[in-house]
Ligand binder design. Structure first.
Ligand code: GTP
Ligand code: MG
Length: 264
């Protein structure tokens, strides 16, 4: 079924965008548990499963979930790209508030606390921090260390004032959407760029501590990610400080896409 049918219903209060890549093992149970958690929150919601590049059964399983529950939608593109999936998912989100989640976290507590802040208009963007006081980061020491080194680089090179940019976040869709259109980098650094550009534009950012316990190790090895992260950070630095660099990625067409699946 097409997006045209899936999006006929009135927009929900929140859209949860979850990039997914080779997640066949986790997908169905994580999404079902997450839906049950959201149903306990007194909120209307949709879940956008933003897939690209999977070689396992992720696409088929995501389509099955979408076919069974009209609140779940999914789309796919051929090449793996975390930032590209997140960006596209945000563009397709219809809720007043957008929550960016990860399939190995599906953190209902974060959704609940972030939503509380957004409903009271206490912030334009709420960032779940793994590194601030009160956070409990149960990932291995090397990954905790990497988070701090990466954030230190963002502080020094781009003047970011915060303790984390990567992972869980939530925002008022109408205020952040124009900034999504200004972002120039893809892959992992897109998530940081969105937070940093939002802060530089004067949006009100609020960090809240999160408890992180992943259900499995990341799909891409930390060391293998370093060269691409450094390259994209360089591009972002050039774009922010010199106003040059790659053009922002175009917004998707407003007409419904043939590749989106949902149920009526
Ligand atoms: N669509 C898409 N999703 C991805 C890609 N890489 C990772 N993801 C998804 O992004 C989420 C986080 O990925 P993980 O593999 O757990 O990586 P991580 O190191 O914990 O990620 P960070 O917390 O962002 O550092 C999961 O939902 C993944 O399925 C990708 O290339 N494309
Ligand atoms: Mg993870």
């Amino acid at each position: 079924m097409t997006e045209a049918i899936a999006t006929h219903s009135p927009p929900p209060e929140i859209s949860v965008v979850i990039p997914v890549y080779n997640e066949a093992r986790l997908l169905q149970t994580s999404v079902r548990d997450f839906v049950a958690g959201l149903e306990g929150l007194q909120v209307t919601f949709e879940i956008v499963l933003a897939e690209n590049g999977s070689r396992d059964d992720t696409i088929k399983l995501a389509q099955n979930l979408a076919a069974q529950d009209s609140r779940i939608r999914t789309f796919s593109y051929p090449a793996p790209n975390y930032g590209g999936a997140l960006r596209e998912g945000i563009y397709r989100a219809r809720g007043r508030h957008v929550i960016c989640e990860e399939i190995d976290l599906c953190d209902i507590d974060f959704v609940s606390r972030a939503l509380d802040q957004l409903r009271r208009d206490a912030a334009d963007m709420v960032v779940g921090s793994k590194a601030m006081r009160g956070a409990h980061d149960k990932r291995p020491p090397l990954r905790r260390f990497a988070t701090r080194v990466y954030n230190g680089m963002l502080r020094v090179s781009l003047g970011y004032r915060g303790t984390d940019t990567h992972g869980l976040k939530a925002f008022q869709r109408d205020r952040v959407l124009p900034i999504v259109g200004e972002c120039v980098v893809e892959h992992d650094v897109f998530a940081s760029e969105l937070v940093i550009r939002s802060q530089r534009k004067g949006l009100r950012l609020l960090e809240i501590p999160v408890e992180i316990e992943e259900k499995r190790a990341p799909s891409i090895n930390l060391i293998n990610r370093i060269p691409r992260v450094c390259k994209n950070l360089g591009r972002l630095w050039v774009s922010v400080h010199l106003g040059r660099g790659p053009s922002p990625a175009p917004a998707p067409p407003t007409s419904p896409s043939h590749d989106e699946l949902g149920s009526p």
